[in-house]
Design a binder for this molecule. Structure first.
Ligand code: PLP
Ligand code: ZN
Length: 411
């Protein structure tokens, strides 16, 4: 049994049965939305049933995921990441409550473990032995680890400029790593072509309709963690736009099931040098491809592959798009770490930078409750982090001169 009932094209609105499409729309090549039988779901889960479910992973929301009952699940523990309350930051920036969700606590240290776990289940259902994806790094790491955990093979296309820790992570999990001497956007096109040529199961973001479903688990989870009283706004970094679109789907699922009574405004944050979605929202809604350049490699996207889903999430929710500079992103890495104790990579710091910018520009309603999605761990890009700090004190091991050199630390 599954509650998954078909697809709807986000562009031409045509409907397809579960076996009539696999990736994009067979008619217009638009990205697909996954449809469910919500009446059935409502009979299967409730606040009460979830409250007694001991499974603290994304699979507690199985009824809301497009998988068969018999499908084996990868064993790594994905989801149920902590949410921290940050009252001092809430005071500083004039909101009632500020929460951060630490997605770096997932098995490969990013949000991408959510869709990665679902990808291997869908690959298994499709009878595939090899799964491929294009990635700026995190999606590939998550896929590589999930594949390793179930004995599948992965082929990951990343730009050769990816941060070295991400490349090390990919290799150590045993992925076939393809360093593409080009951009993420170029790696994406190569991955699609190679995947269809060799018959590999394709995970690439946007193209695979199920990845937004994996991403929505963060919305389901945070609602439950917050006792079904969801925040007024959610800030998240946007590259392809699949996370923000998936989160919006999750909140809408909960609303349809009467599990929450209001929907958060979705705040999409992009770097100034890679802002195709934010520019489209601010302009005529049309996405224009431009060369992308930002230190936040996870959102360094020239041609967002899930722009329609992202733009709809922002517009339907009454949220907005925000651009932040690389300098603001770098400073935010230190600010987040020093004010919350959570170390994040640049694309996650962008969510905080967007929050700060929103407080400076428009001012929050002082009654608002805000959540920042901290999508990836800081150890994934230590070079970027070191740009946020000065050189540490360096001294010899001799005791007397050492003690004098430390005089400044004594206050
Ligand atoms: C992938 C990613 C994002 C952006 O997600 P999109 O779906 O591409 O918009 C943000 N932060 C981190 C750490 C990521 O890995
Ligand atoms: Zn279509």
């Amino acid at each position: 049994m599954t509650n998954f009932s078909g697809f709807k094209c986000l562009e031409c609105t045509r409907l397809f049965g579960v076996t009539e499409a696999q990736y994009v729309c067979p008619v217009c090549s638009g990205n697909l939305d996954v449809l469910y039988d919500y009446e059935n779901i409502g009979n299967q889960i409730s606040r009460a049933s979830l409250a007694v479910d001991p499974d603290l992973t994304i699979w507690r929301y199985r009824a809301l995921l497009p998988i068969q009952d018999a499908s084996p699940l990868p064993p790594l523990t994905v989801g149920w990441t902590p949410i921290y309350d940050c009252p001092r930051l809430a005071d500083t920036y004039g909101v009632k409550q500020l929460l951060v969700k630490d997605e770096g606590r997932n098995p490969t240290a990013s949000f991408k473990d959510r869709p990665g776990a679902l990808a291997v289940v869908k690959a298994w259902e499709a009878g595939a032995r090899v799964v491929t994806t294009a990635s700026s790094g995190n999606a590939g790491c998550a896929l590589a680890a999930m594949c390793a955990s179930v004995g599948m093979r992965s082929v990951v296309f990343v730009p050769s400029s990816a941060p070295p820790p991400k490349i090390a992570q990919l290799q150590i999990y045993g992925a076939q790593v393809v360093l593409v001497e080009g951009s993420y956007d170029e790696a994406f096109d190569l991955c699609l072509a190679a995947g269809s040529h060799y018959g590999w199961y394709q995970r690439s973001t946007g193209y695979n309709p199920f990845m937004a479903e994996g991403k929505k688990t963060a919305a389901l989870e945070l609602a439950e963690q917050m006792n079904w009283n969801v925040p007024d706004r959610v800030f998240v970094g946007v590259g392809d736009g699949n996370i923000i679109g998936g989160l919006w789907k999750g909140f809408n699922d909960l609303s349809r099931l009467h599990l929450i009574d209001h929907l958060p405004k979705m705040m999409g944050v992009q770097a100034e040098g890679a802002a195709a979605v934010v520019d489209a929202v601010a302009g005529d809604g049309i996405v224009r491809q431009r060369p992308a350049h930002t230190i936040a490699d996870s959102i360094n996207v020239a041609r967002p592959r899930d722009a329609t889903r992202a733009i709809r999430a922002i517009q339907e929710s009454g949220g907005s798009g925000i651009k932040v500079s690389d300098d603001e992103i770098i400073r935010s890495i230190a600010k987040v770490a020093r004010s919350t104790g959570v170390f994040v990579e640049p694309a996650a710091a962008a969510a905080f930078a967007g929050f700060v910018k929103h407080s400076e520009n428009e001012n929050f309603d002082p009654q608002e409750r805000v959540l920042l999605m901290l999508t990836g761990h800081g150890l994934k890009d230590t070079q970027a982090a070191r740009r946020a700090v000065s050189e540490p004190l360096r001294i010899g091991p001799d005791i007397e001169p050492g003690i004098s050199a430390l005089a400044d630390f004594a206050q």
